[in-house]
Ligand binder design. Sequence first.
Ligand code: COA
Length: 254
Amino acid sequence: MNDILVHQENSLLTLTLNRLDKKNAFTQDMYAALTASLKAAEDQSEVRAVIIQGQETIFSAGNDLADFMDAATLGPDAAVIEFLQTMARFTKPLIASVCGPAVGIGSTLLLHCDLVVAGDNAAFSLPFVNLGLCPEGASSLLLPQLMGYHRAAEALLLGEPFMAEAALEVGWVNKVVVPSEANLVAKAWGMKLAAKPPSVVAQTKALMKSSQAQSVQNVIHQEAQVFARMLTEGPAKEALSAFLEHRRPDFSKL
Ligand code: COA
């Protein structure tokens, strides 16, 4: 599909988010396309690393907000959940190159990548509470582990964006560069990884992940259940209507 560009060069598979007119907001079809590419990459021995990237001005505005109006598409069996579970289970190295805003799942998916390079214009934000929603992608588990409880609360309760340097400081990203270099750094990392013995790389990743792999799957599932319920409740309805009506949400009566 055109909203996800798939490019394989030697041992590197690159998945490019390409829905620029909607700031790379993810649709159900985009999740399904990403999942299909990742699953195919697992089975293809010639693929040794996968890069996920956006454009120099935008990584992703997160889930398509119009899709949130249709709660049925976001239940536990939804394409987004399969995408997150596939990312979390992926056995080969996953690299992300992030420039510009990375909102919601645009930020949480990074928690399932092994290496992240950010442009100095990157801004990571998890505005779930502001949308009347809860964290997803196992971020309620992984974010406090990554950066400590208080900084995770800053990100998840206040919904404050973390700029690239702050994300580097808390370990959300590995490296910050000028935006025009981000994809090149990701590619260089991918080529380095592709030159290493794949079984050893995979085993090393598995050892780092195995102690809480099941917990991560469970939390993705639990968060999805709460998220689906919240989509039907007052705060999310008000926040999503406000977005579509280009006004500020009013939570004062809720
Ligand atoms: N879902 C659907 N459409 C979205 C979207 C989203 N998550 N984010 C942006 N868009 C659309 C806008 O509605 C607009 O469409 P239009 O041109 O048809 O009116 C277009 O993308 C451009 O968005 P705009 O807000 O004008 O771009 P910007 O550069 O000023 O701001 C963002 C970029 C990402 C900061 C801003 O779009 C934003 O905050 N989006 C919502 C993010 C969000 O809350 N995501 C959900 C997380 S759970």
